[in-house]
Write a protein that binds this ligand. Structure first.
Ligand code: 3HC
Length: 710
């Protein structure tokens, strides 16, 4: 035995799980073997009346089945067998003749949660680190170790589907409310409370819990007719949400339904069959790859391995520009990194407005009960403002979020450098302007770096970090770590116009504009791309970003890359008509009280086109998708991203490239570079030189290579 240690006192066995050499506990095949042996021994040990299972890891109970093992599965039958193994294990726990209590602190996810569900009592700590749930659908899977059957039986169909179909995790208090755990206690007394529960259960038997779910709950969860309504509504919502691209939630819904309507045995069968089928789908493979890519990025400081630097401890941040971006950066920094954030703008009323917006981010968490009131008060006190750089001498990092204009940014850098300590870092939040241009006149260019945040900062998961050639390694590592502390997935990209995300977005948005000029209806363009899997279509995205902002960015790209990335005239004409997008409620779409009401048909007149009828959606899709793939290949070939992994993560988290497709570079690998070149060549013949295949892609096609090694 290596993973488990057992101590027995007064008939209570305390089993501590600590998987050797791993940061978290996970249900590996080896661990399952050990657990089976252990449980048989405890069964036969007459000195043991009850068992408590606790984790020896600091912040994880059990993080689920070993996802690494899934990557080695080649057939559905193998995956089904793995699921069956998990189900048998949980069954043995549930049928164990002595009570087993799960003492939960930290991540209790997937197979870990399923193990807890099979136990006879669950005690969880009230720590924010305790997260209990079934995230499997986020990996393109379903709970495959009995979760589809046990969770609905424990907490009712509606609450269970809410967790399973979204792959949600819950904090302990919510889990208690739902009946997912039986007790919530401070971490310091977890073991004692769990041992006391085990003792009680051994003496008195397992208590039957009756939870009142109200009249509507009794009807919807408690009767076959009510549950039919629940299934139908869930299915409708799922089809709308997934666009049919993600098979896992629908399969999970089916497994839950069968388990509730036809009994556990049928439910388990349905669950493992579907788990088997899902585990080998390309969708699941891609989602699992994204999990490992983001996990790897959590440890990647953006400098070559072996670079020895002591990063700057960042406790105070100055933010120049208290507009929409600056305020959101301040609010997010305070919320997640718990640093002091001082907003600077030219006039105090503007500073006041920015502080209010930053505080709004904290208030929203408070309202959604994600932030307890005392912590909210403490964090709010970290925000301050100034109109004259007072306090900036104490800043470790200054983030500039002023207007996207080279001269303005240079002036701010010069002003800030006069105020801050020599070791402090200056980060510029730019979406397109090269950092070397901004840093050209800097006194300390080695301390200047780009931090490209995406809007809305508090919600968008990606951060691009851009060192110039002059930036030193310490600045890179410090900025990357700070970005992560802000809760972002960070990719370090090359100092090239548009960096990565806007580079691949640029031809895609331009082409949408070109199509509108040709008379392709706006709603056809957007509908086609949302059906393909993007969260919003390109035209709606331009409205969201702001047409003036989009135009500014496209001019920078045009200047840098020439005619290939020439902006369409349509955007300029829209701006001439006073249309800036959502922000002034006038864009390609019409808005009413902040809500998009539909395409503004007047746009066609403004652009002097008549909307075409019968334009093929496949043509829209091909032109938009292949231009983005081509640009991704070209930029990757130029070393804009350090790896295909970073490129795909950046596209998925930065612009919502459909995760189930794995990212643009993964998609090229799947289609093969040769076939992408062929399609681009055909598009080039039909539509012009902007479709000319990238040299990197042609080279790859000719040698039959791939962007990803696996
Ligand atoms: N399988 C394999 N490896 C896992 C893992 C898992 N379930 N969970 C975490 N790890 C690994 C990570 O890959 C990473 O490995 P590395 O150090 O070699 O790079 C290490 O554990 C630490 O993970 P993080 O860096 O992500 O640590 P954090 O503290 O930031 O997060 C976590 C911890 C919240 C547990 C997060 O890792 C996580 O969300 N894990 C995945 C949870 C999950 O999806 N579970 C469901 C699995 S599927 C399943 O259970 C099927 C079942 O129904 C049959």
């Amino acid at each position: 035995m290596t993973a488990f240690t057992t101590t027995v006192d007064s008939g209570l066995a305390l089993v501590t799980l600590d998987l050797p050499g791993e940061p978290v506990n996970k249900l590996t095949s080896g661990l399952i073997d050990e657990w089976e042996t252990l449980i048989e021994r405890l069964r036969g040990d007459s000195a043991v009346r009850a068992v408590v299972l606790v984790s020896g890891k600091p912040d994880s109970f059990i993080a689920g089945a070993d996802i690494e093992e899934f990557t080695r599965l080649t057939t559905a039958a193998e995956a089904e067998a793995l699921s069956r193994r998990g189900q048998d294990l949980m069954d043995r726990v549930e049928q164990f003749p002595k009570p087993i209590v799960a003492a939960i602190h930290g991540a209790c996810l997937g197979g870990g949660c399923e193990l807890a569900l099979a136990c006879h009592w669950r005690v969880a700590t009230d720590s924010p680190k305790t997260q209990i749930g079934l995230p499997e659908v986020q990996l393109g899977l379903l709970p495959g170790a009995g979760g589809c059957v046990r969770l609905p039986r424990l907490i009712g169909a509606r609450a269970a589907l809410d967790i399973i179909l979204a792959g949600k995790t819950e904090r302990a208090q919510k889990a208690l409310k739902l009946g997912l755990v039986d007790e919530v206690v401070p971490q310091s007394i977890l073991r004692q409370v769990a041992l006391a529960a085990a003792d009680r259960l051994a003496r008195e038997g397992t208590a039957r819990r009756h939870r009142s779910r109200g009249a509507a709950g009794a009807l919807l969860d408690g009767t076959p007719v009510g549950r039919r309504i629940v299934y139908r509504m869930a299915q409708k919502q799922l089809l709308k949400k997934t666009g049919g691209h993600y098979p896992a939630p629908l399969a999970a819904l089916e497994a839950v339904r069968i388990g509730l309507e036809h009994g556990p045995a049928e439910g388990f069968r349905a669950e493992r069959e579907r788990f088997g089928a899902l585990a080998v789908t390309p969708v699941s493979r891609n989602l699992v790859r994204i999990f490992f890519a983001t996990t790897a990025l959590k440890k990647d400081d953006g400098v070559p391995p072996g670079t020895e630097v002591e990063p700057l401890a960042i406790g105070r941040v100055g933010i120049v520009g208290s507009g929409f971006m600056g305020a959101a950066i301040a609010g997010t920094a305070v919320l997640n990194a718990e640093v002091e954030a001082r907003l600077k703008d030219a006039e105090l009323p503007r500073v006041g407005k920015g502080l209010k917006a930053a505080l709004g981010i904290l208030d929203e968490r408070l309202k959604r009960r994600r932030l307890p009131a005392p912590r909210h008060r403490r964090l709010a006190a970290l925000l301050s403002g100034t109109a004259d750089y007072s306090g900036f001498t104490r800043a470790d990092l200054v983030i500039e979020a002023v207007f996207e204009d080279l001269d303005v940014k240079r002036r701010v850098l010069a002003e800030v450098e006069r105020e801050i300590r020599p070791e402090a870092i200056f980060a510029t939040n730019t979406s397109t302007i090269p950092i070397r241009d901004i840093a050209a006149g800097a006194a300390r260019p080695e301390r200047v770096i780009g931090m490209h945040f995406f809007s809305p900062v508090e919600r968008m998961p990606l951060l691009e970090i851009i060192p110039s050639d002059a930036t030193d390694a310490r600045t890179v590592v410090s900025a990357v770590r700070f970005g992560r502390a802000m809760g972002k997935t960070v990719i370090v990209v090359r100092d090239h116009p548009g960096f990565w995300v806007n580079r691949i977005l640029s031809p895609y948005l331009n082409e949408a504009g070109v199509m509108i000029e040709e008379g392709v209806p706006v709603d056809l363009i957007d509908r086609t791309m949302t059906r393909w899997g993007f969260p919003v279509g390109p035209v709606a995205l331009m409205d969201e970003v702001g047409l003036d902002v989009a135009q500014k960015a496209s001019k920078v790209m045009h200047a840098a890359f020439g005619e290939r990335l020439a902006p369409p005239a349509a955007i300029g004409r829209m701006i001439e008509d006073g249309r800036l997008g959502r922000k002034n409620a006038r864009g390609f779409y019409a808005y009413h009280e902040g809500h998009k009401t539909g395409v503004d048909e007047r746009v066609y007149r403004i652009l002097g086109v008549k909307p075409l009828e019968g334009f093929a959606a496949e043509d829209v899709e091909r032109r938009l998708v292949y231009l983005m793939l081509n640009e991704a290949a070209m930029a990757c070939g130029e070393g804009v991203v350090r790896s295909a992994r970073d490129g795909d993560v950046g596209a998925i988290f930065g612009i919502g490239f459909p995760p189930f497709r794995g990212g643009p570079l993964r998609l090229i690998d799947e289609l093969t570079a040769g076939s992408v070149v062929e399609t681009l060549t055909r598009l080039q013949e039909a539509h012009g030189a902007r479709f000319a295949p990238a040299p990197a892609l042609e080279a790859m096609a000719s040698r039959g290579g791939r962007f990803h090694p696996d």
